[in-house]
Design a binder for this molecule. Structure first.
Ligand code: PRP
Length: 197
């Protein structure tokens, strides 16, 4: 891929191109299927970042898999500069999860607060099983321990955008995962409160 020709100016480097992402999603789907042993599954995508991952993961599952799709949205940062440490539910799932084999689908895990909150919330609804699937992990950034069943890729310690991840709502549409230049964050007003997109 020609970085200088196809990327916007704030993009420093493509960390994972579309083919690498597709391979990772394929590996995640294979691992999910193996654990399901033919049972139905409900994928719960975490908006907005996991929008594309959820769609691609669902389509990477074998066609005979009984797949339901649902979405949930949370916020731990709101408009604040730093995390309050509290995760707020913005949009709940539309279906009941009791008795279902649920897989939480997250784009990235950074400090771990969001996924830990979601696991607690959904576990309280008595699913038949509950697993977590994450495309990008930053294990060195945890402030709380969190168990992840399926991990696609380990992310570098840079601000990552693309494939659902944003910077100030930009770049979600990029088909690859990329790092932004440091100069993007040089003014205090634009500095992100966490190192993820
Ligand atoms: C991001 C990401 C995860 C969460 C991970 O969402 O999509 O949901 O943060 O962060 P944590 O491990 O530090 O808790 P964000 O709040 O940026 O919302 P978005 O998905 O709508 O972009």
């Amino acid at each position: 891929m020609n970085v200088t020709r196809v990327t916007p100016g704030e993009i420093a480097a493509i960390e994972f191109d579309a083919a690498t992402i597709a391979l990772a999603v394929g590996r995640l789907a294979a691992a999910v299927v193996e654990d399901l042993r033919g049972e139905p599954v409900t994928l719960v995508g975490v908006l907005k970042g996991a929008l594309f991952l959820t769609a691609d993961l669902a389509r990477a599952l074998p066609p005979e898999t009984n797949v339901a799709l649902d979405f949930i949205a949370v916020s731990s940062y709101g408009g604040a500069e730093r995390s309050s440490g509290e995760v707020r539910l913005l949009k709940d799932t539309s279906e009941r999860l009791e008795g279902k084999n649920v897989v939480i689908v997250e784009d990235i895990v950074d400090n771990g607060l969001t996924l830990r909150y979601l696991q607690g919330l959904i576990a309280g609804r008595s699913p038949a099983s509950l697993r977590s699937c994450v495309l990008l992990d930053k294990p060195y950034r945890r402030s709380v321990p969190v168990a992840i069943d399926y991990i696609g890729l380990t992310a570098p310690d840079t601000f990552i955008v693309g494939y659902g991840l944003d910077y100030q709502e930009k770049y979600r549409n990029l088909p690859y995962l990329a790092s932004l230049h440091n100069w993007v964050f040089e003014t205090p007003q634009s500095r992100p409160s966490k190192g993820i997109g």
